[in-house]
Ligand binder design. Structure first.
Ligand code: ADP
Length: 451
């Protein structure tokens, strides 16, 4: 097992990884920017190393600084968390060259899956259904129009290197294709340094359902059921749950088998998530794979009783999976709400100091966060300040437990999404379970209309 792990991340996920390491008897080093000197990760880790100024490009994304930090502190592994360098094949490669284990997939698996357009081709080759669209990247406006005519409008233009809900544009009419294509190309070039764009049919009112998998270096791979992440705002997840209210045993079997087929096809040996769109007729299509741990992993941990981060660390150290497929049982229902520091009406980040704080507790409630009373939220990073996750016997009980937990939260000093989350939990539409990725847009419109 590893002796010491460098955490190349910040916020709640850095804390989550440190917690797993402590319970495993592994020492930790928090790599942090000057903006995060007062972070919980720095307080909880055994050691910390400052890796640069606040801007992520000069700290959390700076490979030489992270490698030096790992070397001077004698770390034998690096955990990249999510975001930042977690899906960077170059980083995984450099770690390998420096004899530091990258807690994640091989550089090759990242290359095959990190680029969304290449990932779709790989999925097709593995026999997994994908959303109809262009065969690989678009090469010209004429070709884009031709493909759109074949698959039918509306279509969605997506950046191959996109992520985090960015780099996507929906096009409803042929006359808009050229201008939208140029726009999304420019946006993708600026945001991801890669202006490659591909096209997909825009599936109407789909659900976002994803399958959690984990493999080891001994050829074993299992799934840990699905998560439903249909409650999104601007293509970004806000509320996630497991299991999906839309899947029956038969559909679950089909989807998890498809996910495992793709994982085996690329000899995948760590945690990963295969994201699918599920249409109104019950057909599902592979959308992309995330080759890392995800924000919403706790809902899976709740329904399976498995600690995904510990298992991820243990398979990275070369140990075989500690369970077989038949050992993994699903129990109850879990819901996660992401708490963002922002003005929920305007969707603008709200930075400042947490003046007062009380986080919920009690039966079946878990809080993964990195804030504390007196903590100053730095303006440089993602606005997510924590997650509230609940577990109960049924979906209905989980919703009531979440309402109770959200009601206990008290955060003074910054505005948060808690009031919005509360309203969603209370809504008849969410309770019915019949939701799609367009839920929130409609919900907000109705709210506005109701005054
Ligand atoms: P990212 O990598 O930025 O998270 P994804 O490709 O996972 O982007 O898509 C994010 C969300 O955008 C999906 O969960 C879904 O709501 C929406 N979306 C993406 N592609 C399509 C599509 N072809 N049809 C309908 N919705 C889509």
């Amino acid at each position: 097992m590893f002796k010491k792990i460098l955490i190349a991340n910040r916020g709640e996920i850095a804390v989550r990884i440190i917690r797993a390491c402590k319970e495993m008897g592994i020492r930790t080093v928090a790599a942090h920017s000057t903006a995060d000197t007062e972070s919980l990760a720095v307080r909880f880790a055994d050691q910390s190393v400052c890796i640069g100024p606040p801007e992520a490009s000069k700290s959390y994304l700076k490979i030489p600084s992270l490698i030096s930090a790992a070397e001077v502190t004698n770390c034998d592994a690096i955990h990249p968390g999510y975001g930042f360098l977690s899906e960077n094949a170059g980083f995984a490669e450099v770690c390998g060259e420096c004899d530091i284990t990258f807690i994640g997939p091989s550089p090759d698996a990242i290359r095959q899956m990190g680029n969304k357009s290449v990932a779709k081709d790989t999925a097709k080759a593995a026999g997994v259904p994908t959303v109809p669209g262009s065969d690989g990247p678009l090469t010209s406006e004429e070709q884009a129009i031709e493909v759109a005519r074949q698959i039918g409008f509306p279509i969605i233009l997506k950046a191959s290197a996109g992520g985090g809900g960015r780099g996507m544009r929906i096009v409803r009419e042929e006359s808009d294709i050229g201008s939208q294509l140029r726009l999304v190309q420019a946006e993708a070039g600026a945001a991801f340094g890669d202006n490659t764009i591909y096209m997909e049919k825009y599936v109407l009112n789909p659900r976002h359902v994803e399958v959690q998998i984990i493999g080891d270096r001994h050829g074993n791979a299992v799934h840990l059921f699905e998560r439903d992440c249909s409650i999104q705002r601007r293509h970004q997840k806000l509320i996630e749950e497991a299991p999906s209210p839309a899947l029956d045993a038969k559909l679950r079997h089909k989807m998890t088998e498809a996910a495992l087929k793709l994982a085996r096809h690329i000899n995948y040996y760590t945690t990963g998530t295969l994201e699918f769109l599920l249409d109104e007729r019950g057909h599902f299509y592979f959308m992309e794979m995330n080759t890392r741990i995800q924000v919403e992993h706790p809902v899976t941990e709740f329904i399976t009783g498995i600690d995904l981060i510990k298992e991820q660390i243990s398979v990275a150290a070369g140990l075989p999976l500690s369970f077989k497929q038949e050992d993994i049982k699903m129990s109850g229902h879990s819901i996660e709400c992401r708490v963002n520091a922002e003005d929920p009406e305007k969707f603008l980040p709200s930075v400042g100091t947490i003046k007062e704080l009380y986080m919920p507790g009690g039966p079946g409630v878990r809080v993964d966060s990195a804030i504390y009373q007196g903590y100053k939220i730095p303006p440089y990073y993602d606005s997510m300040i924590g997650k509230v996750i609940v577990h109960a016997a049924t979906r209905d009980e989980a919703i009531h437990r979440m309402m109770r937990a959200l009601g206990e939260i008290h955060i003074a000093g910054v505005k948060t999404t808690v009031p919005l989350l509360h309203k969603i939990m209370h809504s008849a539409e969410f309770k019915s379970g019949k939701v799609s990725t367009s839920f929130l847009e409609t919900f907000l419109k109705n709210q506005a209309a109701a005054g």
